[in-house]
Design a protein around this ligand. Structure first.
Ligand code: SAH
Length: 229
């Protein structure tokens, strides 16, 4: 069972896309669990203040370390638990990280807002910063959902078909080959004949060559790494 906790100012965003299909089924089967914690509950003044102006000046507001820490300390049992702050200055998330996180027992996600959270919480609570890409979101919630989606589908029992995982993009350092289904002829376009040949070795070869062409064209960075292997 993978226990997931999310610390957020907007609990109503969850479970969102994780409340449907395979994720919903897996939740019912207790393959994973989701606890959503409203950070604001730990604000101590009557206005329930969670943010303040940045020291050193500048625009925007910063989430207060005392409020975040109080919220974390109520649930998170020390450094043994994995705690991730979704952050534009974090380590870049990828399939390898998803795989490694899918083996954890507990993952805590902290969703930032405004300019982000006070640096000292990250240091004192052993929090890892993870980014989903080189662009700025207005909050960490959508990023946390991206991580959860890709991590959860790797947890045994969540996805029905194990083989479909093995053949996906990034598994062999290449992007995936194109897919086709019925009708065989559609808008004057035919399905590539090799896929109708029944020759599995030939089909495998064709798919690999397509993967190579696509990776080379779309992702020169991945192509370079693949060629080096
Ligand atoms: N001032 C920051 C941006 C803050 S955006 C900067 O210039 O880098 C507000 C919140 O959205 C952040 O605290 C973080 O939790 C989340 N966020 C924004 N971009 C993100 C990204 N690429 N990946 C993960 N989380 C992100």
């Amino acid at each position: 069972m993978l226990k997931v906790r999310v610390f957020t100012l907007y609990p109503e965003i969850f479970p969102g896309p994780l409340g449907i299909g395979i994720f919903k089924k897996a939740l019912k089967k207790k393959i994973w669990s989701l606890k959503v914690i409203n950070i604001r509950e730990q604000a101590s003044d009557k206005h329930k203040t969670v943010d303040d102006k940045p020291f050193g000046g500048g625009s925007g507001m910063v989430l207060k370390p005392d409020v975040i820490a109080k919220s974390l300390d109520k649930y998170v049992l020390g450094k043994k638990e994995k705690t991730i702050y979704l952050s534009s200055k974090g380590k870049m998330f990828d399939q390898r990280m998803a795989k490694s996180l899918s083996k954890k027992k507990i993952i805590n996600f902290i969703c930032g807002h405004f300019e982000g959270i006070d640096q000292r919480v990250l240091e004192t609570r052993n929090i890892e910063e993870v980014s989903i890409g080189d662009y700025i979101l207005s909050g960490g919630e959508t990023a946390s959902l991206v991580l959860m989606d890709s991590i959860l589908r790797l947890v045994p029992g969540v996805l029905g078909n194990k083989r479909s995982l093995e053949e996906e993009s990034f598994e062999n350092g290449l992007l995936e080959y194109p897919h086709y289904t019925k009708p065989q002829k559609w808008e004057k376009k035919n399905v590539p004949p090799v896929l109708l040949s029944g020759d599995h070795a030939k089909i495998k070869d064709w798919r690999l060559s397509q993967s190579r062409v696509i990776t080379r064209r779309q992702r020169p960075d991945l192509w370079k790494k693949y060629k080096k292997k």
